[in-house]
Design a protein around this ligand. Structure first.
Ligand SMILES: Cc1cc2nc3c(=O)[nH]c(=O)nc-3n(C[C@H](O)[C@H](O)[C@H](O)COP(=O)(O)OP(=O)(O)OC[C@H]3O[C@@H](n4cnc5c(N)ncnc54)[C@H](O)[C@@H]3O)c2cc1C
Length: 555
């Protein structure tokens, strides 16, 4: 226990509210987030009761929609779920939960077939699924659709399915600020009973739910360089922490080695599948350098490739390296990767003729709200799935394309858990009004954009691909300092709430990263460069009224 007067640990809700003055909506299940995990869980839960999905922006603003490579599943007769399990456990560096890995990967082929029944046409070659290859997989097992637009096709199919369901309603532009607990302050015996939301048209509202499923996605926006769209501000991690749920392994952020690196462009992902199809990395002298760093060269695990690129940039003084796909031919590349081809061409880069400038970026949040195989968290009434959760599937490193698979398999399982709990009728939603009053702050107004950018820069510099204890400690001081005058304020729109969530989540990531004194998977400490068997444990962080509670759990 770390007793503290830290504002990160004091503020239970982002805003004050008086229940009797707010509109109340009642539902059986509230799902927060409209990516693949949220949609899949909602579709399942609606078989048991009424479901509302709340999502803070448009329906396609999610990591899921932008996914390119595909879904990993053992679909070929030459492959097997157990081979997929082996590759996943090896990549997870000793921190995966084998039971979760077996459940997800064993269930993956059935979920792929389910998506086919729901209208997804996966790419085929001569009547058989055209399976792609990505780093860390021993065989070709990535199912993809419309070339590199798998996320869009999958999300569209799930949305179509959700829209047909009369028991399922989707509220877009509905920002979830906080999970509501009873008693409101949280603590021992508290239960999640829904959420406080802000809807563009209706303002602040209370959605009371018998079960709440958190599927609010990732945290990429905490870092200056990221593949994630701007909605991924780690709101889920921050709101669950404020409500008292355990956050697991927050230090594990996976960095992707290859994003398009052109000044002024968003850091569009150049899928690993491009390297899987034979694209290779060269430096500005045109030299292929990955074989100097790993025997698998371009197909080494992502963390190895990301670090190799940074080392090579430091050695050569360059700002970026290049992907060379010219040997694939302009037509071949455009056919297999139409979206990436289009993105490159928008910046005057023709992949069949030109080298593509690339650089690593924050990509996938492995840590998150601690959830078991059925989606249950440490906070009664709250379930979690998808990237917002941490079930132990990915361990210390995610095997490529396992996350969309996870979103389907565990999203569905989580929805079923919520639904079955309704059927058991173990509690009713009382009519009790909940109020909350934050202390008044009269400090000066803030330049939120400046704080957001400064936070992202410091996270990239100090809590990025290569970490060091002194830099992590310095980051905690900086974030703590900002926290004192940002977290004592109440904001009236998403820009302020997001910065508050980003600060809180950055604190959790940095705390976990400083505490884990070893190198494992995507967490690389130059001052502790070896994997330490004594650290084969998960780190849980939880807020309590007395301070930050840290708990380690053996794998
Ligand atoms: C560019 C890119 C390519 C990728 N390619 C692949 C791939 O090929 N294969 C693969 O397996 N994985 C891939 N990934 C990772 C994968 O897409 C994600 O891990 C997965 O889609 C996460 O799904 P999700 O439903 O958990 O979260 P998301 O899809 O991120 O959805 C989160 C949802 O929560 C909403 N939300 C967030 N905060 C709030 C709030 N406060 N209130 C209300 N709503 C909120 C968001 O608006 C969004 O609707 C890729 C990721 C990126 C960024």
């Amino acid at each position: 226990m770390v007793p503290t007067d830290d504002p990160f640990l004091q503020r239970r809700y982002l805003v004050s509210f008086e229940g009797h003055r707010l509109g109340h909506i009642f539902t059986d299940v509230l799902v927060i987030g409209c990516g693949a995990a949220g949609l899949r869980s909602a579709i399942e839960a609606s078989q048991f009761g009424e479901v509302i999905i709340a999502t803070k922006d448009g329906l396609t603003e999610s990591n899921s929609y932008h996914a390119q490579g595909g879904l990993a599943a053992a679909m070929d007769s030459a492959d097997s779920p157990s081979a997929h399990v082996e590759d996943t456990l090896r990549t997870g560096c000793g921190l995966s939960s084998e039971a979760v890995v077996r459940e997800v990967l064993g269930g993956a082929p059935d979920h792929i077939r389910q998506m086919q029944r729901w209208g997804v046409v996966f790419d085929e070659d001569h009547g058989r699924l055209d399976l792609g290859r990505e780093g860390g997989h021993g065989v070709n097992r990535i199912v993809h659709a419309a070339g590199d637009a798998t996320g869009r096709i999958l999300t569209d199919a799930l949305l179509a399915c959700a829209r047909q369901d009369p028991r399922l309603k989707i509220f877009d532009n509905c920002f979830v600020l906080d999970l509501l607990t009873d008693p409101p302050a949280g603590g021992d015996g508290a239960r999640c009973v829904g959420a406080i939301t802000f809807h563009e048209r209706y303002g602040l509202q209370v959605i009371r739910a018998r079960r709440t499923i958190l599927a609010a996605g990732g945290a990429g926006t905490l870092w200056r360089e990221t593949t994630n769209p701007p909605v991924e501000t780690a709101d889920g991690m921050a709101m669950a922490f404020r409500a008292g749920a355990e956050i697991a392994d927050a230090e594990f952020m996976q960095f992707h080695p290859t994003t398009l690196y052109v000044a002024g462009s968003t850091r569009s992902l150049i899928s690993e599948a491009v390297r899987g199809e034979g694209g290779y990395l060269v430096d500005r002298a045109g030299r292929r350098f990955m074989a100097d760093y790993h025997e698998m060269a371009e197909l080494a695990p992502r963390d190895v490739v990301s670090r190799a690129i940074l080392d090579h940039l430091a050695a050569t003084g360059a700002t970026n390296v290049y992907l060379d796909v010219r040997h694939l031919g302009a037509d071949g590349f455009a056919h297999r990767f139409p979206q990436i081809d289009r993105q490159c061409r928008e910046f005057g880069i023709s992949p069949g003729e030109d080298l593509i400038p690339v650089h690593p970026a924050a990509h996938y949040m492995i840590g998150g709200v601690r959830a078991d195989i059925a989606g249950r968290t440490s906070l009664p009434g709250l379930l979690a799935c998808g990237e917002a959760s941490c079930t132990g599937l990915h361990g210390a490193n995610r095997l490529a394309s396992n996350s969309l698979t996870e979103a389907l398999v565990l999203g569905s399982r989580c929805g079923r858990t919520a639904g079955e709990a309704l059927a058991a009728g173990d509690e009713e939603l009382g009519p009790r009004m909940i109020d909350w009053q934050n202390p008044h702050s009269d400090r000066t107004s803030l330049d939120l954009a400046d704080i957001r950018n400064s936070l992202r820069s410091v996270m990239w510099r100090n809590v990025g691909i290569v970490r060091r204890g002194s830099r992590l400690a310095e980051t905690l001081d900086i974030i703590g300092f900002w926290g004192h005058y940002v977290l004592d304020k109440e904001f009236y729109d998403a820009a302020g709430w997001e910065v508050q969530n980003m600060l809180t989540s950055a604190l959790l990531v940095s705390t976990g990263a400083l505490r884990r004194q070893e190198t494992r998977g995507v967490h690389y400490r130059v001052d502790f460069p070896e994997l330490d068997p004594a650290w084969r444990r998960h780190q849980m962080l939880r807020r309590s009224e007395q301070g930050l509670v840290v708990r380690d759990e053996e794998v």
